[in-house]
Ligand binder design. Structure first.
Ligand SMILES: [Zn+2]
Length: 164
């Protein structure tokens, strides 16, 4: 949730903006409900094979047509590792096994709202590569010849990889 409620979702009273520890909170003074604005959480998988990295081309806005590390938002009741594996399979057709944590980054340039992105290392265990779900295309790219990448967090992670 990235935008404050104008009215309390419980009693429809207009919400008031208050400050708490330097951050805005949105409070209903009728029933006491407080809306906290927290970043959404997302998970993805970095698959590097023979010096090439698996990327997907975004089919929808924001940043339609640019490339990203396969990733997506975590469902409320979903384990974060399950999200990572599911997103790769949905977007690329490939099944992956996770190896470990690669990076955690804050994201401030998604117009849908701020997020925290957790990226695991992984390797392909099966499946057949095809673009699916919200991906327009999928491919492996040499680390020194990457296409145009969406999102600062993804550029940072891939940039560090190219320079290592
Ligand atoms: Zn209320």
């Amino acid at each position: 949730m990235s935008t404050p409620f104008e009215f309390c979702p419980h009693c429809m009273n207009p919400m008031l903006e208050i400050q708490e520890g330097g951050y805005p909170r949105y409070r209903c003074d009728q029933c006491g409900f407080v809306q906290y604005l927290n970043p959404a959480s997302a998970a993805g998988v970095l698959v590097v094979d023979g010096g090439r990295v698996l990327l997907v081309k975004r089919k929808y806005d924001p940043y339609r047509g640019l490339w990203v590390i396969p990733s997506g938002f975590i469902e409320y009741s979903e384990d974060i590792r399950g999200t990572a594996v599911r997103e790769v399979e949905e977007e690329t057709g490939l099944t992956v096994r996770l190896e470990g944590l690669h990076a955690v980054e804050s994201c401030f340039d998604d117009p849908r709202g701020n997020a925290v992105l957790v990226v695991f290392d992984g390797h392909v265990t099966g499946g057949e590569m095809r673009a699916g779900d919200d991906a327009e295309d999928v491919d492996f790219f040499p680390l020194d010849r990457l296409p145009e990448i969406a999102f600062e967090a993804h550029r940072k992670i891939l940039g560090a990889l190219s320079n290592s």
